[in-house]
Design a protein around this ligand. Structure first.
Ligand code: BES
Ligand code: MN
Ligand code: ZN
Length: 473
């Protein structure tokens, strides 16, 4: 990828993407090359594409004008989608033209254009197929944007890595493999890491993770990586649900609901992606990522209803539904992060189908014990335009979770009282110690998209990677 300051200096570029708002005119060189002003004759409605062939009048074979719609209504996300749409469809080397009089505006657009092009070009490489090279592209911008382009490339790498982990089929992406991926990353950047298997988990009394793991022939893993970007400061922990496949356990999921459960590790993948984002940018924070990983399947010793599991914290849990397994592995991961000294925790999980019922497929549900902490996250989400919506935890939910005759709590509240996402969050809150600030993100909806669209392939989205990467700096 090259950065050109002048469009006339472009070399070997056959296609130039020119994004233009409705009330703007095309850049002068277009008229110079074509010999007439075409501005009035083409639609610049958002997402409309017009291809203008230069018929040998310059090295560029065609200009691809992409409409950005009304400038007043142009959001960052709309800009990205327009760019993504063309970048995803371009089959040959292209360049993106960014023209803005204001330097800050120009830089933001260059960042968004590069980040989004890479995001939109991403496809999962089919198993046993050869990796297809993505189409190369350059950027044209009058300002000095080299550093920003580098950051956009690095950020896109982090989010696409998370998406790739999510998309990898569940018989390949088993807990051991996820741990290996984390290890490879940690070693590449010289970071301290720890990977615990069943034996160590037993010694730690991680009864939640091990309980869920009993139905699986593959061992569980508890993965931790540390990054010290601000020596001496307290650590923020990013905790993820890395359920590499959720069949439901003995409370087996019915046919249709089991499909897509390879994405049940997207919380883990995405906290790893956010962590990678922070590390690659050398952000000045101390962060540890803690990912609990297992499958939830059926086996001779698979855990069942009516059992009581003793969690790492010592709190006891009666199993009322083996499909409410995410909270069982997360509670141990949360306890572990606190044992390691984390004072602020953000956990991410595809935790409840109820969150999709409440917020749909595009919103992340957010729960917290610290409004201030959540405000920080909401502000970051707003900046990068990821959709997050706060949901409640209160005594009504806490009482329902604690209502249990044989243990401190049940893992699933039966009886159809509703509020499944809040009940799951209230369960997790039981494991947060005094003085620790905590946010729980339920990404059951936005973790993956079932069918691709113009600017992204189907599958894992890497949701919330950008929000967290942008927040912790
Ligand atoms: N992984 C699922 C949640 C989920 C459902 C994510 C659909 C994405 C799409 C989770 O482990 C689960 O099964 N939750 C149960 C909880 C219930 C048994 C209390 C659910 O949502 O039905
Ligand atoms: Mn489940
Ligand atoms: Zn699950």
């Amino acid at each position: 990828m090259k950065v050109y300051q002048d469009v006339k200096k472009l070399k070997n570029v056959k296609q130039l993407i020119i994004p233009v708002c409705e009330n703007q005119s095309l850049p002068n060189f277009v008229e110079e090359v074509l010999g007439y002003d075409i501005s009035k004759d083409i639609s610049l409605a958002h997402g409309d594409v017009t291809e203008l062939y230069t018929l040998g009048k310059c090295d560029i074979v065609k200009f691809i004008v992409i409409g950005l719609g009304d400038e007043e209504k142009l959001t960052r996300r709309l800009y990205r989608r327009a760019i993504g749409k063309v970048a995803r469809s371009c089959k040959e080397h292209f360049a993106i033209y960014v023209t803005e009089k204001d330097e800050v505006c120009a830089k933001n657009k260059v960042y968004d254009a590069v980040y989004q092009s890479l995001y939109s070009q991403y496809n999962f490489t089919k198993i046993n197929a050869e990796k297809e090279e993505t189409v190369a592209f350059d950027v044209v911008c009058a300002f000095d944007v080299e550093e920003l382009v580098e950051k956009a490339v690095s950020d896109a790498k982090s989010v696409c890595h998370a998406r790739n982990l999510g998309n990898t089929p569940s018989n390949y992406m088993i807990p051991e493999k996820l741990a290996e991926e984390a290890k490879t990353f940690a070693e590449e950047f010289g970071l301290r890491y720890e990977i615990l298997g069943n034996q160590e988990l037993k010694e730690l009394g991680a009864g939640g993770i091990l309980g869920v793991n009993r139905g699986s022939k593959n061992e569980a893993r508890l993965i931790t990586i540390w990054y010290e970007g601000n020596p001496g400061a307290e650590y923020t922990a990013l905790v993820g649900k890395g359920l590499t496949f959720d069949a439901g356990g003995y409370n087996l999921k019915p046919g249709g609901s089991m499909r897509g459960m390879k994405f049940d590790m997207c919380g883990g993948a995405n906290v790893l992606g956010a962590f990678e984002w922070i590390v690659r940018n050398k952000q000045k924070v101390n962060v540890m990522v803690v990912i609990a990983s297992t499958e939830n399947k059926i086996g001779p010793d698979g855990f069942t209803c009516d059992e009581v599991l003793v969690s790492m914290s010592g709190k006891t849990i009666e199993i009322t539904n083996t499909d409410a397994e995410g909270r069982l592995i997360l509670c141990d991961a949360l306890t572990y992060a606190q044992k390691l000294g984390a004072k602020r925790i953000i956990d991410m999980a595809t935790l409840t189908g109820a969150c999709i019922v409440a917020l749909g497929k595009t919103y992340t549900g957010a729960f917290t014990n610290s409004e201030k902490f959540l405000d920080e996250l909401m502000e970051s989400a707003k900046q990068v335009e990821e959709k997050v919506w706060p949901l409640p935890i209160d005594d009504d939910f806490r009482e329902q979770v604690r209502k249990c005759d044989v243990a401190d709590m049940t893992n699933a509240v039966l009886g159809g009282a509703g509020g499944g996402s809040s009940l799951a969050a209230a369960f997790l809150e039981e494991f947060i110690e005094e003085g620790v600030e905590w946010i729980h993100l339920d990404i059951a909806g936005p973790a993956d998209i079932a069918s691709g669209n113009e600017y992204a392939t189907q599958g894992a989205t890497g949701v919330m990677v950008e929000t967290l990467g942008n927040m912790l700096k």
